[in-house]
Design a protein around this ligand. Structure first.
Ligand code: SF4
Length: 326
């Protein structure tokens, strides 16, 4: 697409047009890459305004997972016992960290568990934890408890009053068999659909750079639009030693930025979050904030990885003209 075609497409989106896959494929092949990023930023500004959301993630370590997601250090495919070394702090320590983050402007935390399916006893444990944090920190909580059944989602909402649920779809339907064979991707879609129907805000995410093509990334963005998600976390592949993807090469900066921009063209109104891996590519963080991003994971307690420096993050978001939503 040339300069005028990109501008024309952006104007159509301003008027409510939903871009087609054919348009998206043509768009990502443009040589006018700066126009693509600039237009994505304009779409973000038009539909989402200057507000920026800081989001933080807390992992609950339930031991090695029974699934084989080949990017994940907790999976059956990894040769290293990461789960034995990851953060295992008690709820009071976690509460302390959450309160510190809240003071710095984080208004939303995600509680993430490592297993695909929680049994009723594990779900009760999580419900008690959510309620403890809610009472003591008064902060928005998003549950990321894997593929819960509809009945479990009803119970979670009734017993905690939380209104956000997160379930990563990881990648496109086409590429998914290369990533995981033990979880049916349709279960993830079903969980998100059920959660939406039950009145949750739904959040999802994917990992880019696992060997998929740009067309797969377009398919992910289109699928998330179909599912009517309220936000998406875009994770950059972090190759963990000992996992099947340990030698995976990092995507080029241009591919990462183009992915952010195309997600914004396809999903103009949602939160698009710079997620795992962003501290590794600080060099393009500014450019990413100018290519459609309006949220970021900060102060994250990653499994065996460095957390971001929240003070520097906030400084950058403000310098880029965003207002931090508190
Ligand atoms: S289900 Fe989650 S914790 Fe388990 S292997 Fe997959 S990504 Fe890792």
């Amino acid at each position: 697409m040339n300069f005028s075609e990109i501008k024309e497409l952006k104007d159509k989106i301003f008027s409510g047009h939903q871009i087609t896959k054919a348009e998206a494929v043509k768009l990502v092949k443009t040589e006018n890459i700066e126009t693509l990023y600039y237009s994505a930023n304009q779409i973000r500004a038009k539909f989402c305004g200057p507000f920026f959301e800081m989001w933080s993630v807390f992992h609950q370590n339930l031991g090695r997972c029974e699934n084989d997601c080949n990017f994940c250090p907790m999976s059956t495919t990894t040769k290293v016992d990461y789960y034995a070394t990851c953060d295992d702090s008690d709820v009071n320590t976690q509460l302390e960290s959450i309160l510190k983050l809240k003071n710095k402007g984080v208004n939303h935390i995600e509680i993430d568990v490592t297993h695909k399916k929680l049994n009723d006893e594990q779900l009760l444990e999580m419900i008690n934890m959510v309620n403890f944090i809610k009472v003591n920190a008064d902060i928005d909580i998003c549950a990321s408890f894997g593929s819960l059944s509809r009945e479990q989602l009803v119970r979670l909402k009734a017993e905690t009053k939380i209104d956000s649920y997160h379930c990563n779809i990881e990648t496109s339907e086409n590429f998914y068999p290369n990533v995981c064979t033990t979880i049916d991707i349709n279960e993830k879609y079903k969980t998100l659909k059920n959660a939406k129907e039950l009145g949750y805000k739904i959040y999802s995410g994917c990992i880019i750079g696992m060997g998929e093509m740009m067309e797969d990334r377009i398919d992910i963005a289109l699928k998330l639009r179909d599912l009517n998600v309220d936000g998406v976390s875009l994770n950059i592949m972090l190759p963990f030693p000992g996992t099947p993807l340990e030698k995976q090469l990092r995507l080029s900066n241009q591919e990462i930025l183009t992915t952010f921009a195309i997600f914004r063209f396809i999903n103009p109104k949602i939160k698009i979050r710079f997620a795992r891996g962003h501290h590794l590519i600080k060099i393009i963080e500014k450019e990413a904030l100018r290519a459609g991003i309006n949220s970021s994971i900060v102060g994250e307690l990653l499994v065996n990885a460095k957390s971001s420096d929240i003070d520097n993050d906030v400084k950058l978001f403000l310098e880029e003209g965003f207002l931090i939503k508190k």
